[in-house]
Design a protein around this ligand. Structure first.
Ligand SMILES: C=CC1=C(C)c2cc3[nH]c(cc4nc(cc5[nH]c(cc1n2)c(C)c5CCC(=O)O)C(CCC(=O)O)=C4C)c(C)c3C=C
Ligand code: FE2
Length: 423
């Protein structure tokens, strides 16, 4: 099969390419199987798609210095899945990582992972088929390794980065064990929800005798912004992502791992996932002045309470006629801003989610908070402060939590994530 596709490169220019036949992944052995196309370009920063390009044709490079789905602009939909290994065999783990790596490349190129309609009547299709003909849809698949992957089961302890540890217990959390941890995770983001779902479903399916799903979250709308993107709103109605990391300099300083004790992590990042439930009915009964004080910003424009425009720099020192700070000291932005945290920044890439209603009929929804940082301590420091005194705490509960080490990108077809563990 050949297809016309466009690949987004580090200079933000979309180039149309003509790709030849891509290798397919068969259920049996894929250690050396390559995938279709893919230019070796940096996934360090991307502009939003050119308006003339159909979004279905948008494609992010899979083979790159960094995994896509971190610095690439957040797409509209997310499927996040955490997995546990059911096998105890290191060789089977190696096979899963090799098969997944090749299949991830194919799906990000908009291709199925194998035949959808086998010629032989008794043969089972390799790909489940529901993304056929839909294009790449800007699909990014980002793989992470949880701390538990490096326990005694696979003999990988010597490859565990010293920064990869379970997050400590923190104030203000009521974690549900059903949404905690995992050996592996896949973050699938796309402009079409079915394309994201198809990708995770097929990865889970091809490894069904080696992994089982631990937990999953479906994000239906982005709640963060990348460079040149409009700022979306979270389910509390506020613009979310205004002061996110958007420059290559900030990515280098705050997001990409350098000089790790494990060389496979250099160019990677640490992913924090927090499922945060919102007490929406309580929030919806709050008066607007308090809503403004909770975030330190106004609702319509998203401007800091000391400014007029969304991107005005907050002035945390400004005081009102009553002598109190205009942006309350316990507001969310006053506590989280880098100016008040020794320069600490994180890349936020969260999504709005809903699980319908809870057992007593309340809306079960919130923010699936995802952040990337070069050191988990960046998140831990911020969340320790927020958990202790954020005005927002009255309206939210952290119910899920996990930390994953996200290895750097793969340089070329035939290479696979975790390859260093098995040489
Ligand atoms: C530990 C890190 C953070 C958690 C957890 C978190 C949860 C959370 N945030 C919002 C809504 C908003 N957050 C905003 C800004 C903001 N949030 C964090 C960190 C965490 N948020 C940071 C570092 C910042 C930037 C602060 C700054 O530099 O000014 C905003 C304001 C707009 C923006 O800049 O994005 C909103 C709104 C919710 C609803 C939430 C949990 C449910
Ligand atoms: Fe926040």
């Amino acid at each position: 099969m050949s297809s016309h596709e466009s690949t987004e490169t580090s200079d933000g220019v979309s180039r149309r390419r003509f790709f030849g036949a891509g290798a397919t992944v068969s259920a049996a052995g894929a250690l050396a199987v390559g995938a279709a196309g893919g230019a070796l370009v940096a996934n360090s920063l991307h502009a939003e798609p050119a308006p003339s390009e159909p979004i279905s044709e948008r494609r992010y490079a899979f083979y790159d210095a960094h995994q896509a789905g971190i610095a690439t602009p957040p797409q509209d939909h997310l499927v996040f899945m955490s997995f546990d290994l059911t096998t105890q065999s290191a060789t089977e783990l190696q096979l899963v990582l090799a098969k997944w790596s090749a299949a991830m490349a194919q799906m990000c190129a908009g291709e199925p992972v194998g035949n959808v309609e086998p010629a032989r009547e008794q043969a089972v299709p390799v790909d489940t088929g529901e993304a056929m003909g839909m294009g790449p849809q800007g699909l990014t698949l980002t793989l992470g390794f949880g701390p538990s992957l490096f326990d005694q089961r696979f003999g990988l302890a010597k490859f565990k980065p010293k920064l990869l540890k379970d997050l400590p217990a923190m104030a203000g959390e009521s974690l549900d064990p059903a949404y905690v941890g995992g050996d592996l995770c896949i973050q699938a983001c796309a402009y079409d929800p079915q394309v994201a779902y198809h990708a995770v479903r097929n990865l889970a399916r091809m490894a069904r005798t080696q992994v089982k799903t631990r937990w999953t979250v479906l994000g239906f709308g982005r709640a963060s912004a990348g460079a040149n993107q409009s700022t979306p709103r979270n389910l509390m109605g506020f613009k979310d992502g205004t002061r996110n990391i958007t420059t290559p300099e900030d990515l280098q300083e705050h997001v990409w791992v350098e000089d790790s004790d494990q060389s496979w992590m250099d160019g990677g990042s640490y992913l924090v996932a927090r499922k945060i439930h919102m007490l929406i009915e309580t929030w919806d009964a709050d008066y607007i002045a308090d809503q403004h004080a909770v975030f330190g910003r106004n609702k319509t424009e998203g401007a800091p309470l000391t400014g007029k425009q969304e991107h005005d720099t907050p002035d945390f020192k400004a005081t009102g006629t009553d002598g109190k700070p205009v942006i309350p000291a316990d507001s969310h932005i006053a506590l989280a801003a880098h100016e008040n945290n020794g320069g600490t920044k994180i890349l936020r890439r969260g999504y709005n989610f809903t699980d319908g209603i809870d057992s007593v009929g309340r809306l079960d929804a919130g923010l699936f908070f995802l952040s990337f940082q070069k050191d988990p301590q960046q998140f831990i420091s911020l969340q320790s402060k927020l958990g202790a005194s954020d005005r927002l705490n009255e309206y939210i509960r952290h119910v899920g939590s996990a930390l994953f080490a996200v290895p750097r990108g793969l340089p070329e077809a035939g290479k696979y994530f975790g390859q260093e563990f098995f040489s």
